[in-house]
Design a protein. Structure first.
Length: 147
C-alpha cells in the first residue's frame, strides 16, 4: 500500500482560466440578450462579484474556508484551512480522472462539506500521483459502504 499522501495546494492556472472562461461566457450571454439595461447592469455586477469570490476562495485561497493542505492520518483526512485544521471523511461521490480530481469531504466536527477541485498544476506532480494511487485503492471501499 502506498504511503499516506500529503498534498500542499498551490494556485492552479488551469482553474484560474476556467473560472474566467465560465464567467466570461455568462457575461457575454447576458450582454447579448435583449434584456432591459438595468437588468444587464445588475447581472454584470453579480457576475463580477461571483468571479471575484470564486478566485479568492479557490485560486488565491484567501477565505477562511479555503483548504491549503490535506493529508491522510490513520483513518481520516486532516484538512488544514486558513481558520485552523479539522478532521474530515472523503465521500464516495468524489471524482478521479487523469487531469482533474474533485474531492468531496464532510467535516467531522460540524458536518459541513468541502469540495476541492485539483487540476494537475494545483500541487506537486509526485504528490498528486501518490494521492491518485491512494484514492484508487480506497475508493472501491468507500463506494462499497454506500451500498
Amino acid at each position: 500500500m502506498p504511503s499516506n499522501p500529503t498534498v500542499d495546494i498551490r494556485p492552479s492556472n488551469s482553474l484560474f482560466r476556467l473560472v474566467l472562461l465560465l464567467h466570461g461566457v455568462v457575461l457575454v450571454v447576458v450582454l447579448l440578450n435583449s434584456l432591459p439595461a438595468w437588468y444587464q447592469v445588475v447581472s454584470v455586477f453579480f457576475i463580477l462579484i461571483s468571479c471575484l469570490y470564486c478566485l479568492s476562495v479557490h485560486y488565491f485561497r484567501a477565505s477562511t474556508q479555503s483548504v491549503k493542505r490535506f493529508r491522510w492520518v490513520i483513518d481520516h483526512w486532516y484538512l488544514e484551512c486558513n481558520d485552523g485544521g479539522c478532521k474530515a471523511t472523503l465521500l464516495p461521490d468524489s471524482v478521479l480522472s487523469d487531469h482533474l480530481l474533485v474531492l468531496h469531504f464532510k467535516l467531522m466536527d460540524s458536518g459541513k462539506h468541502r469540495y476541492l477541485m485539483l487540476f494537475n498544476d494545483a500541487a506537486d506532480r509526485g504528490e498528486l500521483r501518490q494521492l491518485r494511487v491512494f484514492l484508487r485503492m480506497i475508493m472501491p471501499q468507500l463506494r462499497a459502504k454506500l451500498y
